[in-house]
Design a protein around this ligand. Structure first.
Ligand SMILES: [Fe+2]
Ligand SMILES: [Fe+2]
Length: 196
């Protein structure tokens, strides 16, 4: 084996400094732990949420509005598509409506857990929703409108996951679970969409 005159990698001073800095970043914030013992009224919300809590609640409330608009769009399509060519698709619209209602409930529960108030105000629901209501009468137009809404939901939830990151892992995991179902919805709708 060829002998080397270079210093061992671990002896490099800049590497040691970088390693030391990395160790410092893993230290727990004791002040935060002490504060967590004190503010019992805040329930599950501890100091780690810091300035992000209200913005996360706002994101969740817009997602809640979106889910409710999706429930109403799918219900409308379910009941009006019953007599059309594909009863199987009409009944699948109802399955999706129930999934979106479940998502809305998960979001509302998390908003309350974060110390916020879920906004079910019907007067502002469609303005706050990322996706649109749709009253198409033809099956392909319904499928297309629902696929657009699912793609909007997928993009929105993906962006929320990036924004929340490690600021609130519980909310991020909840949104990841919803995102997985929206992707499944979109896949189904895309399969039903006839080629143009
Ligand atoms: Fe949903
Ligand atoms: Fe969906």
């Amino acid at each position: 084996m060829k002998p080397s005159s270079a210093a061992p990698r671990g002896a490099n001073p800049s590497r040691q400094a970088a390693a030391s800095a990395a160790r410092e970043r893993l230290a727990l914030n004791q002040a935060g732990i002490e504060a967590a013992k004190a503010d019992l009224q805040a329930g599950a919300v501890t100091p780690h949420f810091g300035p992000w809590r209200e913005e996360i609640i706002a994101l969740l409330n817009d997602a809640l509005a979106t889910e409710w608009i999706c429930v109403m769009r799918y219900k409308r399509h379910h009941f009006t598509a019953v007599g059309l060519a594909s009863p199987a698709i009409a009944s699948e619209f109802l399955v999706h409506a129930n999934d979106e209602a479940q998502h809305a409930d998960w979001l509302a529960r998390r908003i309350v857990q974060l110390g916020g108030e879920p906004d079910f105000n019907p007067d502002t629901l469609s303005q706050r929703s990322h996706a649109s209501y749709n009253a198409a009468r033809e099956l392909q137009a319904m499928i297309r409108a629902n696929l657009i809404a699912e793609r909007v939901a997928i993009e929105t939830y993906s962006q929320m996951i990036s924004l929340i990151g490690d600021k609130d892992p519980t909310t991020r995991r909840l949104i990841e679970a919803i995102l997985e179902q929206e992707q499944h919805h979109a896949e189904e709708l895309a399969d039903w969409l006839a080629p143009a």
